[in-house]
Design a protein around this ligand. Sequence first.
Ligand code: NAP
Ligand code: GLV
Length: 309
Amino acid sequence: MALVFRSTSDTASQWRAALEKHLPGLDMRVWPDIGNVSEIETAVVWRSPPGFLASFPNLRMIASLGAGVDHLFVDPTLPRHVPIVRLIDPYMTEAMSEYVLTQVLRLHRQDLAYHAQQREQVWRERTQPNASERRVGVLGLGELGSDAARKLVVMGFQVAGWSRREKRLPGIESFHGPAGLAAIARLSEILVCLLPLTRETESVLNATLFTAMPKGAAIVNAARGRHLVDDDLIKALDSGQLSAAVLDVFREEPLPGEHPFWRHPRIVITPHVAAATNAQTAAVAIVENLRRLAAGRPLVNVVDPDRQY
Ligand code: NAP
Ligand code: GLV
């Protein structure tokens, strides 16, 4: 079974080492040196261009190099009969929770405001609520969102979460479905987005949502740039409806130099680093599915193409 590897980052040699550690002798072909396309049975990809995956007539599995699979569904020629598996790596989950905790704590402890005060040499204590008085909402209670929400509970925050289907998670007030979105918005002083990007979740962070949130609330978007309506965020920040936004993901990446987010005083930018894929740890998940495929056993972490996640 030959495997084709294609990524936007220069990580092929790390991936070869990581995969061959578990599967010595693996026939891994790195694009563009892929040989006979009919020999390719698995594709391990990140943001391959439209038409790439359809060019393999004997493809039996597509593995995403990331947790998100929206990069695959933008391809109108995506072969619908081929199962897609996504990345679930406990180390990625830990990394995302670290990011969420870091940013929620910064917002909770008014870090941006103190930085602004420092620039002006202002020595002024601000009223500081306890974590138990702070309400944090998490959009998406999947692999990443549920772990982050659980750790926020451990930190003492009042935590609520939103999912598509109803959920019961200890210590987390759970909302679901379209009606649940307005309810979680109303109570979230800090709202974290960890949703997959699908036709249903695109532009979910918009003016209607911001207006429903408590005045002075903040958002953290570590999911996808297309969850956020950029102009709506700027307006909500400039009117004072929102006090701050932490953004790790953007509609266009890298974020163009002229984008107003770069210079906005109440926006914190990180360059899509909340939970990067680590070849060493992520290879374990991909190898598990390669072994399952070879043995004719059911794959794990399979994406539902109708739900798009
Ligand atoms: P996941 O396990 O598939 O969880 C998705 C969650 O979103 C589930 O709780 C799901 O609800 C909920 N959801 C989906 N559609 C919904 C809808 N229409 N309404 C309400 N809830 C909905 O995904 P994950 O592994 O946690 O990853 C989430 C996303 O994080 C990825 O898709 C990716 O875009 C992003 N990500 C970003 C980085 C980064 O570095 N910035 C790194 C990794 C991942 P149910 O539980 O009811 O199904
Ligand atoms: C990163 O954004 C991922 O989806 O893993």
